[in-house]
Design a protein. Structure first.
Length: 293
């Protein structure tokens, strides 16, 4: 009896294997139509996949977008940092180029001042409330700077030394409204025309050359230079060019509006001019010293 059940089980196993192989062969072979169990299985599998596919794709896309956004933010931050560095570097290069040009001009000017002792200086302070009045340089008595010395740039005269200390000096600019700020100047051509720089037209940003004889004719564009009559300022330092000429309020003299040769608003590097004056010149020019106050 046990042997019979054992054989029966073996027979069932063999039949099952045969049926399974037949089903596999039946499923693998090419067919135009599927059986209903296969259709059911495929439809069920496709439906389940479709249910889970959309959320999975959405989550995966969201994570990918977040990563891309984070990478974009970090890259944008790096680019902004590099852009700031570039702007800073560009500004520094422009400042260095400007300073280089100024220093070269100053050097050329120093070589041309053969009859004077040039003292190179740098602007270290300027009060915004007195921008057109005065400025402070980093040279003083210890460097040989004295009161009333002319101060120039490579373009022309900007003012004179007003106050000196051991290490710094205050420069009174040509644009100062101080009534005592008078510079003896001249226009040289067929005939010499003398006058004084007194005052500054802040609206038109022009110097005022006063006390010009009423009967002389001055052309627009005429060069105005220091006359040297006071014995303090050297003769021939460029002051500016005449823009226009008008009669004064009394009609006795003329006033010339002079555009400064030097830039008075933006100043960085300057030269203090110490004039070499012989004893004879000093004694003969003493009487005119009051012209350059």
């Amino acid at each position: 009896m046990p042997q019979f059940f054992l054989n029966k089980r073996l027979i069932v196993l063999l039949v099952s294997i045969i049926i399974l192989v037949a089903l596999i062969g039946f499923s693998v072979r090419e067919r135009e139509k599927l059986s209903w169990p296969e259709q059911f299985l495929k439809d069920t599998t496709g439906f389940v996949q479709n249910i889970f596919h959309q959320p999975v794709q959405f989550v995966a896309g969201f994570v990918e977008n977040v990563n891309d956004l984070q990478h974009t933010y970090q890259e944008n931050k790096r680019l902004k940092t590099r852009l700031d560095e570039y702007v800073k570097l560009k500004t520094e290069v422009q400042e260095l180029e400007k300073e280089n040009v100024e220093l070269r001009d100053i050097l050329d000017k120093k070589e041309s001042l053969r009859d004077f002792d040039p003292i190179q200086a740098t602007i270290i302070a300027r009060n915004p409330d007195m921008w057109h009045e005065k400025t402070i340089i980093n040279r003083g008595k210890i460097h040989g700077v004295q009161k009333d010395m002319a101060v120039i740039t490579s373009k022309g005269l900007i003012g004179k030394i007003k106050i000196t200390t051991q290490f710094t000096s205050t420069v009174q600019l040509l644009s100062s409204m101080d009534p005592k700020n008078r510079i003896s100047v001249g226009i040289y051509g067929k005939g010499t025309i003398y006058g004084f720089i007194e005052g500054f037209d802040q609206k038109e940003r022009l110097l005022l050359m006063k006390k010009i004889p009423y009967d002389v004719k001055i052309k627009k564009g005429s060069e105005v230079v220091t006359s040297g009559l006071g014995g303090v300022f050297p003769r021939g330092l460029p002051v500016g060019k005449v823009e226009k000429v008008e009669s004064d309020q009394y009609g006795l003299t003329q006033v010339a509006y002079v555009k400064p040769s030097a830039e008075l608003y933006d100043l960085n590097h300057v030269i203090v001019v110490k004039r070499k004056i012989s004893t004879t010149e000093s004694s003969s020019g003493a009487g005119a010293e009051g012209d350059d106050l």
